[in-house]
Design a protein around this ligand. Structure first.
Ligand code: S3P
Length: 172
Protein backbone atom coordinates (compact mmCIF):
# COMPACT_ATOMS: atom_id res chain seq x y z
CA UNK A 1 0.00 0.00 0.00
CA UNK A 2 1.57 3.25 -1.11
CA UNK A 3 1.33 6.43 0.91
CA UNK A 4 1.10 8.09 -2.47
CA UNK A 5 2.75 11.27 -1.25
CA UNK A 6 4.36 11.86 -4.60
CA UNK A 7 2.13 11.54 -7.62
CA UNK A 8 5.17 11.20 -9.86
CA UNK A 9 8.18 8.99 -10.27
CA UNK A 10 11.37 9.73 -8.38
CA UNK A 11 14.24 9.09 -10.77
CA UNK A 12 17.73 8.75 -9.34
CA UNK A 13 20.55 9.58 -11.72
CA UNK A 14 24.26 10.16 -11.32
CA UNK A 15 27.69 8.70 -11.81
CA UNK A 16 28.63 5.19 -10.72
CA UNK A 17 29.20 5.01 -6.99
CA UNK A 18 27.07 8.00 -6.04
CA UNK A 19 24.62 5.75 -4.19
CA UNK A 20 21.65 5.56 -6.58
CA UNK A 21 20.57 2.05 -5.66
CA UNK A 22 21.29 2.35 -1.93
CA UNK A 23 19.42 5.63 -1.66
CA UNK A 24 16.68 4.33 -3.98
CA UNK A 25 15.99 1.32 -1.75
CA UNK A 26 16.00 3.49 1.35
CA UNK A 27 13.57 5.96 -0.23
CA UNK A 28 11.39 3.07 -1.28
CA UNK A 29 11.12 1.95 2.36
CA UNK A 30 10.61 5.41 3.76
CA UNK A 31 7.96 6.43 1.23
CA UNK A 32 6.43 2.98 0.83
CA UNK A 33 6.82 3.30 -2.90
CA UNK A 34 7.91 0.49 -5.20
CA UNK A 35 11.19 0.77 -7.03
CA UNK A 36 12.62 -0.41 -10.31
CA UNK A 37 16.33 -0.86 -10.88
CA UNK A 38 16.93 -0.77 -14.63
CA UNK A 39 20.38 -2.39 -14.50
CA UNK A 40 19.01 -5.28 -12.43
CA UNK A 41 16.07 -5.67 -14.82
CA UNK A 42 18.38 -5.80 -17.83
CA UNK A 43 20.49 -8.46 -16.11
CA UNK A 44 17.42 -10.46 -15.18
CA UNK A 45 15.89 -10.35 -18.66
CA UNK A 46 19.14 -11.17 -20.41
CA UNK A 47 20.11 -13.79 -17.83
CA UNK A 48 23.61 -12.36 -17.68
CA UNK A 49 25.55 -9.66 -15.90
CA UNK A 50 26.09 -6.22 -17.39
CA UNK A 51 29.78 -6.96 -17.54
CA UNK A 52 29.04 -10.03 -19.67
CA UNK A 53 26.59 -8.13 -21.91
CA UNK A 54 29.31 -5.55 -22.62
CA UNK A 55 31.82 -8.29 -23.31
CA UNK A 56 29.62 -10.44 -25.55
CA UNK A 57 27.57 -7.82 -27.38
CA UNK A 58 29.33 -4.49 -26.81
CA UNK A 59 28.35 -1.25 -25.15
CA UNK A 60 26.08 -0.06 -28.01
CA UNK A 61 23.89 -3.11 -27.55
CA UNK A 62 23.65 -2.50 -23.80
CA UNK A 63 22.68 1.12 -24.46
CA UNK A 64 19.91 -0.07 -26.77
CA UNK A 65 18.52 -2.42 -24.13
CA UNK A 66 18.77 0.40 -21.61
CA UNK A 67 16.94 2.83 -23.87
CA UNK A 68 14.11 0.36 -24.52
CA UNK A 69 13.72 -0.38 -20.83
CA UNK A 70 13.77 3.30 -19.87
CA UNK A 71 11.00 3.95 -22.39
CA UNK A 72 9.02 1.11 -20.83
CA UNK A 73 9.43 2.05 -17.15
CA UNK A 74 8.84 5.74 -17.84
CA UNK A 75 5.15 4.90 -18.25
CA UNK A 76 4.91 3.75 -14.64
CA UNK A 77 3.55 6.05 -11.97
CA UNK A 78 4.41 6.52 -8.31
CA UNK A 79 7.64 4.56 -8.67
CA UNK A 80 11.24 5.12 -7.67
CA UNK A 81 13.40 4.48 -10.71
CA UNK A 82 17.12 4.12 -10.51
CA UNK A 83 19.19 3.76 -13.60
CA UNK A 84 22.78 3.09 -14.59
CA UNK A 85 25.20 5.99 -14.56
CA UNK A 86 25.15 6.35 -18.34
CA UNK A 87 21.41 6.74 -18.79
CA UNK A 88 21.38 10.53 -19.09
CA UNK A 89 23.79 10.41 -22.03
CA UNK A 90 20.80 9.93 -24.34
CA UNK A 91 18.42 12.86 -24.51
CA UNK A 92 15.60 10.47 -25.38
CA UNK A 93 16.06 8.67 -22.05
CA UNK A 94 15.90 11.95 -20.15
CA UNK A 95 12.73 13.12 -21.88
CA UNK A 96 11.08 9.76 -21.32
CA UNK A 97 11.98 9.71 -17.63
CA UNK A 98 10.71 13.25 -17.19
CA UNK A 99 7.28 12.43 -18.66
CA UNK A 100 6.12 11.15 -15.27
CA UNK A 101 9.14 11.82 -13.11
CA UNK A 102 11.53 14.19 -11.43
CA UNK A 103 15.21 13.54 -11.96
CA UNK A 104 17.32 13.71 -8.80
CA UNK A 105 21.03 13.90 -9.54
CA UNK A 106 23.31 12.40 -6.90
CA UNK A 107 26.78 13.91 -6.90
CA UNK A 108 30.01 12.98 -5.18
CA UNK A 109 33.64 14.07 -5.29
CA UNK A 110 35.77 11.98 -7.68
CA UNK A 111 37.96 10.88 -4.75
CA UNK A 112 34.93 9.51 -2.89
CA UNK A 113 33.63 7.81 -6.03
CA UNK A 114 37.03 6.21 -6.49
CA UNK A 115 37.10 4.96 -2.91
CA UNK A 116 33.62 3.47 -3.30
CA UNK A 117 34.13 1.66 -6.60
CA UNK A 118 37.84 0.90 -6.93
CA UNK A 119 37.54 -2.72 -5.71
CA UNK A 120 34.57 -3.39 -7.94
CA UNK A 121 35.23 -5.07 -11.27
CA UNK A 122 31.57 -5.28 -12.32
CA UNK A 123 31.61 -1.89 -14.05
CA UNK A 124 32.82 -2.41 -17.60
CA UNK A 125 32.84 1.30 -18.55
CA UNK A 126 35.80 1.96 -16.26
CA UNK A 127 37.52 -1.38 -16.51
CA UNK A 128 40.77 -0.08 -18.00
CA UNK A 129 40.56 3.32 -16.39
CA UNK A 130 39.74 2.45 -12.81
CA UNK A 131 41.77 5.27 -11.34
CA UNK A 132 41.04 8.70 -9.97
CA UNK A 133 42.08 10.18 -13.34
CA UNK A 134 39.83 7.77 -15.24
CA UNK A 135 36.88 8.82 -13.11
CA UNK A 136 37.70 12.52 -13.46
CA UNK A 137 37.92 12.20 -17.24
CA UNK A 138 34.60 10.41 -17.56
CA UNK A 139 32.97 12.90 -15.20
CA UNK A 140 34.27 15.75 -17.36
CA UNK A 141 32.77 14.17 -20.46
CA UNK A 142 29.45 13.58 -18.75
CA UNK A 143 28.98 16.54 -16.42
CA UNK A 144 27.01 18.62 -18.88
CA UNK A 145 24.55 15.78 -19.54
CA UNK A 146 24.19 15.15 -15.82
CA UNK A 147 23.47 18.73 -14.86
CA UNK A 148 21.12 19.30 -17.80
CA UNK A 149 19.04 16.30 -16.81
CA UNK A 150 18.66 17.28 -13.16
CA UNK A 151 15.53 18.70 -11.55
CA UNK A 152 17.34 18.56 -8.20
CA UNK A 153 21.00 18.10 -7.31
CA UNK A 154 22.00 16.36 -4.09
CA UNK A 155 25.55 16.34 -2.78
CA UNK A 156 26.23 12.99 -1.15
CA UNK A 157 29.74 13.49 0.25
CA UNK A 158 29.94 13.08 4.03
CA UNK A 159 26.26 12.19 4.36
CA UNK A 160 24.63 8.97 5.50
CA UNK A 161 22.05 7.23 3.32
CA UNK A 162 19.39 8.28 5.81
CA UNK A 163 20.45 11.94 5.57
CA UNK A 164 20.46 11.83 1.77
CA UNK A 165 16.97 10.30 1.56
CA UNK A 166 15.59 12.72 4.11
CA UNK A 167 17.06 15.66 2.19
CA UNK A 168 15.46 14.42 -1.03
CA UNK A 169 12.06 13.97 0.61
CA UNK A 170 12.23 17.44 2.15
CA UNK A 171 13.08 19.06 -1.16
CA UNK A 172 10.57 17.21 -3.32
C1 S3P B 1 27.34 2.60 -16.42
C2 S3P B 1 26.95 2.48 -15.10
C3 S3P B 1 26.50 1.21 -14.50
C4 S3P B 1 25.91 0.29 -15.58
C5 S3P B 1 26.86 0.12 -16.70
C6 S3P B 1 27.25 1.45 -17.36
C7 S3P B 1 27.81 3.91 -16.91
O1 S3P B 1 25.53 1.47 -13.49
O2 S3P B 1 24.71 0.78 -16.07
O3 S3P B 1 28.00 -0.53 -16.19
O4 S3P B 1 27.98 4.07 -18.14
O5 S3P B 1 28.04 4.83 -16.09
P1 S3P B 1 25.88 2.11 -12.05
O6 S3P B 1 25.90 3.60 -12.20
O7 S3P B 1 24.76 1.65 -11.18
O8 S3P B 1 27.19 1.55 -11.62
Amino acid sequence: QSKNLFPYNIVLAGFMGTGKSTVGRDLSQKLEMRYVDTDAMIEERMGMTIKKIFKEYGEAYFRKLEEELVAEVSHLKNTIIFCGGGVVLKGQNVSNLKLNGRVILLQAEPENIYQRIKQDDTRPVLKDQMSLEGIENLLKQRNKAYSESADMVIQTDDKTVDEISTEIITKL
